[in-house]
Design a protein around this ligand. Sequence first.
Ligand SMILES: [Zn+2]
Ligand SMILES: [Zn+2]
Length: 604
Amino acid sequence: MTICPKCKAENRPEAAFCANCGSILLAQPSSTKLLPSKPVESEPAEITTPELLSTGPVQPVSIPPEIVTPEPISIQPVEPPVSLIGFAPQPEGSIFGERFQFDTLVYQDEHENVYTVMEVCEPLAPRVSTCSNPECQTIHVPTGIEQEKFCTRCGHPMDQLSPLLVLQEADADRFSNQGQLIDLHLAHPNIHPPIAIFQQALPGGTRFYLVTPCSQELPAHPETSKVLEWGLQLADGLDYLHTQGVVLGEKLHPSSFGVVDDKIVWRNFGEARVLPMLTDREKINNVRLLALSLYSWITGKASYSLDSPLTPSLNRLFHQALIGEGFNSGAKLAHQIDLTIKAGLSPLNLDYSVGRRTHAGKIRVINEDSLLCFTVSRVQQGASQPVGIFAIADGMGGHARGDLASSLTIQTILQRVVTEVEAFRKFSKDEFTSWLKQTIQEANQVVYESRINADNDMGSTLVCGLLVGNQAYLAHLGDSRVYMLREKFIQQLSTDHSLVQQLVANGEISQDEARLHPQRNVILRCLGENPQVEVDVYTQDLLPGDKLLLCSDGLSGMLDDLKIQIVSNESQSPQMACDYLVDTANLAGGMDNISIILVEVILA
Ligand SMILES: [Zn+2]
Ligand SMILES: [Zn+2]
């Protein structure tokens, strides 16, 4: 208890304001811990709940969400059935637990009745109250004989809270853990605590009751900004629950959350437990549950997946919360949410760290691969938005014709970038996509005309990445590839235009067999073969730490994806990774020219 220095009234341990006179109390440590205690004789809970249920340790109880999600305000009153067959609701005018008067029957089925009630008790007896500050609305369930007149969190006057909600059950176990939570006297703006539990013997059998505050269901498709705002509120509420020793159940349900005006509240702690001490693991798991709820409200997905259409900063937030190490406090999650909200307003300061290497390999005498790495760093209005174009062309045709085709390809791309890069800052996503298509089309034309003029069979593959800030526009022709490395895992973003790839897609051979297949060099699409070429541009969001790896088949033909992943992750810089990858491919045989560009997205 905290004693008010001014009026000497006893207050809740964590009170920041005196409940009796509203004056500011000395700040209490935030970790103030209230241990669950048996209610003493003089407490109103005991007086008004003659048959208090056991408050001993309980197992988490699974509650089907549809049963505990009444909509007290939007549902029309239900007419009580005349016959008392089944689980009939109590008649109008009933008093529940000697303290709560029937107001409306809002929900009724064979297992449960839900009523709104008004609290009726002696004029001076303390009642359930709510803070009059609309920003706060903290609910006080009476802790003692005296009515708390002022909010212990913000000092505003308290009003009576009504109506309240009463759930009536025939199942003795349904509310068995709620007594412990009531004993904690939870008082937080984002928590709707259970108010009372009791039981009554009725003609049809014993009925069990839980009294809670009223709240609304969450809206169906909330805006992302709204969800992030809720995330901050719920994270604060969760930390408060943890300081009180409350750990959430294994799962959260739609009924675990309610909305009151503009704020969100934790409610229905049917599966929660009260522990003397919480482990880090339990806290991390609870924050994960909260993050998963936020994630599913934003994406509509029940579990995390990489391809969710989220902004990079949101993706990073959920990746860290759900797949990564997680957060051991709501405050840490809230901090990340804060950063995400700010990142939404100003673009991330990114830069590219680039490594590149090309090598003829162990067998070929000449190197027919050509590379292009071109980056522009532009910092405007305090934000770094780099632009980069990266390409590898693998020439075909032999006898110095292949390297001509690949270098013509690279030159054409470079010329277009140099003359048009200034206009990029006004480009939309669609314009970047069509720019890349046109550029590759133009390169194709140059190689095609050169081939017709020379009357030979030269051509070139191409893999090309146009990177603008956190967006990559990618295209390829033939079997040159682009991989993505995120959180140390590799994923091939391109699909080879090759005969063996078709065989793999048809299930006729495996990826490993494709690498050794006698027709592995048969390309189905390349530059220079026809006057027009089909170009598919695909996009990829980039997060800080992501790596894009472009390579010719001299690398991917020698090393499988897992080896490329391991070697890339073991290297300290993109350049060292390229050197190491070339060396490893040569050790594996070096059958073809090996070219690699590795771009790491870094924070500027
Ligand atoms: Zn006082
Ligand atoms: Zn308040």
